[in-house]
Design a binder for this molecule. Structure first.
Ligand code: CA
Length: 423
């Protein structure tokens, strides 16, 4: 059934600037603060709609929500835990309230108070992340990394085309856009050195990824099929999996990333729902060899989402260094979640699952500096004339992403993180 809130002909009485990431067809959920505790809001144009006020005056009363306190929480966990039928009905209700010609909210006395200019607000972490997993699902990225670090003839390891490779990451250091990070210290072993050295990383990198958030939990011992996976997925954020390449190269054998990754991962503050992305479904790459039955999918399971990364050195303009697309993912979200749980691993509301670096086939579509500068051998030139092989102190790394059809742009807003010198 078509989702009413996605109707491209809808217009809002709230002014939405051209090319805004947040037209009435998007309505992503987030947690905002106007100085006090976080509350649940929805983005529309340059504004945030305060859902706690809408709840207070009864605008969700007929939606069968057992406890309206979910709109006053400082995370989305309780709200998304209501289940997709309910969260979708809330999104549809907000769409109705914001539609041109509907006076329920536009003519209500709370209108001024409920609609807040985004520039007057601070966005907080949208969810409390219980567990975080990072996949490695872009064939182009895995091939590039395998070529650089192992063997160009056998860039992909034998398991890669048979299962979505991943590791369990660190949830405590996931931070929201706007929170700066310090260059991390760690142990590395330069190729020419006989002994490892300790100090600030010299190869700080970003990884351009998307992440989905689960809105439903399972019991230990339960598996989720590829067909059912989307019932468990609430929505997406953009995800920067900060990486220290010199630390990573020394520590990762044999168990994978540890301190090279767990110092920070940054996310965009607005959770764009799977509902809003429905019009942008697209078939993923053909999988050859065929996958095992528990990983088989039917229909369009990838999403056409344009993604960019830019570097803004201190006191100057930003330079876009990467243009790629989420549609390139070899392994779909359905396959990722089915594989993750096929052994009975239980999942929880608010868990986060990152895609892995999303690289496309052209050099401009590589989703990390490791690939863009090819291990530092091909530095990029910034707009101010400086060179970058990796990320320097003072740089702001900016991700943006959106899906677009018929002039409707379903975007994620900016994900910006400044890198400060090592402590
Ligand atoms: Ca990653």
């Amino acid at each position: 059934m078509a989702i009413q809130a996605n109707d491209v002909t809808l217009k809002s009485w709230v002014e939405v600037p051209a090319h805004s990431d947040f037209p009435i067809q998007n309505l992503p959920f987030g947690i905002f603060s106007d100085g006090g505790d976080g509350r649940v809001g929805v983005a529309i144009g340059d504004h945030v709609l305060d859902l706690s006020l809408l709840a207070e005056v009864g605008m969700f009363d007929d939606l069968d929500i057992p406890d309206l306190s979910v709109f006053y929480e400082s995370t989305l966990n309780a709200f998304i835990g209501l289940g997709k039928a309910t969260t979708s009905s809330v999104r549809n209700r907000i769409s109705q309230l914001l539609q041109h010609g509907n006076a329920t909210l536009s003519g209500h006395e709370i209108r001024q108070q409920a609609l807040i200019d985004r520039k007057d607000l601070k966005m907080l972490m949208p969810v409390k992340v219980g567990d975080y997993t990072d996949f490695y699902s872009s064939k182009e990225h895995a091939t590039n990394v395998g070529t650089m670090f192992r063997d160009p003839e056998n860039a992909l390891l034998p398991n890669w085309t048979h299962l979505p490779v991943a590791y369990h990451g660190r949830a405590s250091s996931i931070i929201v856009s706007g929170v700066p990070i310090h260059r991390p210290h760690g142990q590395s072993k330069p190729p020419e050195a006989e002994q490892p050295v300790f100090g600030p990383t010299r190869r700080l990198d970003f990884e351009l990824e998307m992440a989905f958030i689960t809105g439903k939990s399972t019991e230990l011992g339960t598996a989720i099929s590829t067909a059912d996976a989307e019932d468990y997925i609430f929505g997406f954020v953009m995800f920067n999996d900060w990486s220290a390449r010199d630390i990573q190269a020394w520590e990762y054998v044999p168990l994978g990333p540890f301190l090279a990754k767990n110092f920070a991962s940054s996310i965009s503050p607005w959770v764009v729902t799977l509902d809003a992305l429905e019009p942008f479904r697209i078939a993923g790459p053909v999988q050859d060899p065929p996958v095992l039955p528990y990983l088989q999918i039917s229909g369009k399971r990838n999403f056409d989402i344009h993604l960019e990364a830019a570097i803004q050195p201190e006191n100057t303009t930003a330079t876009t260094v990467c243009r790629t697309n989420f549609r390139h993912m070899y392994w779909s979200i359905n396959q990722q979640l089915a594989h993750h749980t096929v052994n009975g691993c239980n999942i929880n509301i608010g868990d986060m699952y990152a895609s892995g670096t999303i690289s496309g086939s052209g050099e401009e579509a590589y989703g990390s500096m490791l690939e863009l500068s090819w291990k530092g051998t091909k530095p990029l030139t910034m707009a101010d004339g400086s060179d970058r092989s990796f990320i320097e102190d003072g740089d702001v790394v900016i991700f943006s992403g959106y899906a677009q059809h018929e002039n409707i742009r379903i975007g994620f807003g900016d994900l910006k993180t400044k890198v400060l010198p090592a402590l």
